[in-house]
Design a protein around this ligand. Sequence first.
Ligand code: FES
Length: 96
Amino acid sequence: MFQLAPNHQNDIVRTAKVSFTFDGKSLLAHEGESLAAALMRAKLLHLSDSPADGSPRGVFCCMGLCQECVVQVGGKTIESCRLPVSQDLQVISGRR
Ligand code: FES
């Protein structure tokens, strides 16, 4: 016998929306969610290029291990999966 899992969609408490930019493009995210999640929801999957062969790189492990999701924020290279989005965050991709 099948039993449908309860729908908890309405139990999710979302934080306020904030705006940030990615390569100058204005985007919205829920404050505190990871930058990687916000970029994936915006269908921005190409975050940088491989230094070895220039192939596209993007979110892979989602836990700060692979370094595939690195972007530039405030002049520093940082993993987007480990960075919470905040209001007016300015993000630059590592794309060439
Ligand atoms: S996705 Fe692997 S470090 Fe961010």
